[in-house]
Design a protein around this ligand. Structure first.
Ligand SMILES: Nc1nc2c(ncn2[C@@H]2O[C@H](COP(=O)(O)OP(=O)(O)OP(=O)(O)O)[C@@H](O)[C@H]2O)c(=O)[nH]1
Ligand SMILES: [Mg+2]
Length: 448
């Protein structure tokens, strides 16, 4: 099965089996929905003037993006080939975020300012038939969120969640010291992407005067990266330059392979797509299962409470049936004969029923009120307060998943009425377990 067919199979199964549960269990599946929708995405991020647009133009063999020495481009540009229904040319931000076929609806929340800096360019190129490249505004020191007019890091964060592969580009003069780049790596990337999905690149190495200069810049970048990622080991850094942009007459043959390798990595992004989708599905399925398990505990506790209440109601009902008319007779002289004495004299008939029946009814109403209006809300609040105690954190992964699952559990419990505790979540857990052990494992086996 090729990647596209496998992606289609996974998408229809996930939509059929999981999405109804995501809705039922209040789990935000918008990101999964977004990545299922479209083509594989490569996101190019980096310092201003580090050569992002030059590299994209070179990859596509066409002058698509404007390039220049000063900060040139302050827009996010989605570049891909037009589909059969698309008109060639550019599409503006407002149309992109409102198009249900595209995965950008979450960007609507960043407001008009972003939309003015967001666009799509259709480019006829066989490379882009099943690939999307996103060029981004160069990261800078001087701009703040106010300067950009929208939450730049938020947008970068949302796009990294959609991307299958991310290229992070530096240049020798600003080897990792730019503030926005620092914040992106420090705060945005770790939560959203595994390191195997990021390529760190030092571009424009021909700008270095000599080898010693290059080694110094490389060392600075390594040091800054370790500060930003918090990791001791140095990731692979591609050292590249653009042969067409360099002023050098003699080619730096030794570095050409690095640029080629980087291009190949980018063009291979479609192969990562299915495994990225499966990782997200796996993550969200585990989250779903955790929510279901927490709801089982909520229902079990609620049913235990209702059982105790039922027992007390039964005892009180027996007492009221046998004592109600005795008490009433002593107080008012009515009824003429109590149920107990009628039983003893074996003369029970319909006349003896009304008073005990009223007593029984009263007890049931009082106990019902007590449970639904007082005891169940107290139980629900207590559950919400101690919700962490009901989960076993045997791995850090589970702890991380719980952070997201918890929110859904709290929403569900807040909304739950006492009738909900009779719902059988077990059946749903069984369905999810079958999906994990059968379908999901099967898909994982299918990928390279
Ligand atoms: N010497 C040299 N110049 C380069 C190289 N790559 C790009 N340039 C030049 O550097 C300048 C900036 O390149 P761009 O591709 O516009 O950089 P960018 O990262 O897209 O910049 P912004 O869009 O402003 O963020 C341009 O004048 C390019 O011609 C390179 O490898 N070596
Ligand atoms: Mg650019």
């Amino acid at each position: 099965m090729n990647e596209k067919t496998l992606q289609g199979t996974i998408e229809s199964k996930v939509r059929e089996v999981l999405f109804p549960f995501f809705e039922r269990y209040d789990i935000d599946s918008s990101n999964l929905d977004a990545i299922l929708k479209w083509k594989p995405i490569v996101l190019i991020l980096g310092n201003y003037s580090s050569g992002k647009s030059t590299f994209i133009n070179e990859l596509l063999g066409k002058q698509i993006q404007r390039t220049g020495q000063a900060p040139t481009d302050d827009s996010f540009t989605i570049i891909t080939a037009p589909g059969p229904e698309d008109k060639a040319g550019e599409v503006r931000g407002a149309a992109l975020v409102n198009d249900d076929r595209l995965p950008f609806s979450s960007l609507k929340s960043y407001g008009e300012q972003l939309l003015a800096h967001f666009r799509m360019k259709f480019v006829e190129s066989p490379l882009l038939e099943n690939l999307v490249i996103v060029d981004s505004p160069g990261m800078m020191d001087s701009v703040t969120e106010k300067g950009r007019g929208y939450d730049f890091l938020g947008v970068v964060g949302d796009l990294t969640k959609l991307a299958d592969f991310i290229v992070l580009m530096f240049d020798p003069h600003k080897a990792g010291t730019i503030k926005e780049t620092y914040s992106t790596i420090r705060n945005t990337l770790p939560g959203t992407s595994g390191e195997d999905r990021i390529a760190f690149v030092m571009s424009r190495i021909d700008d270095c005067d000599n080898l010693a200069d290059l080694v110094r810049s490389y060392g600075t970048l390594c040091w800054n990266l370790s500060q930003m990622t918090g990791r001791k080991d140095i990731p692979r850094i591609y050292l590249t330059y653009s042969p067409s942009a360099t002023g050098r007459s003699e080619p730096l043959e030794v570095w050409m392979d690095e640029r080629k390798e980087l291009s190949e990595k980018i063009l291979a992004a479609p192969e990562l797509r299915v495994s990225n989708i499966l990782q997200r599905v796996d993550k969200q399925t585990n989250e779903l299962k955790m929510v279901m398990e927490a709801m089982v505990r909520f229902c079990t506790g609620g049913r235990r409470l209702i059982k105790r209440m039922a027992l007390i109601t039964l005892v009180l009902s027996l007492l009221s049936v046998s004592l109600m008319d005795i008490i009433l007779k002593n107080l008012t002289g009515f009824p003429a004969e109590t149920l107990v004495s009628a039983v003893i004299s074996r003369s029970v008939d319909i006349r003896h029923a009304p008073v005990p029946a009223v007593g029984l009814g009263l007890i049931i109403i009082i106990m019902g009120f007590l449970f639904s209006r007082i005891l169940f809300p107290i139980y629900s609040k207590k559950f919400q307060k101690n919700v962490d105690r009901f989960v076993l954190f045997d791995t850090p992964y589970k702890e991380h998943t719980w952070e997201r699952a918890k929110e859904s559990v709290l929403n569900l419990v807040k909304r739950a009425t006492w009738g909900d505790i009779f719902y059988s979540h077990h059946k749903n857990i069984e369905k999810i377990e079958i999906f994990i052990s059968h379908d999901l494992q099967g898909y994982f086996k299918n990928i390279k």
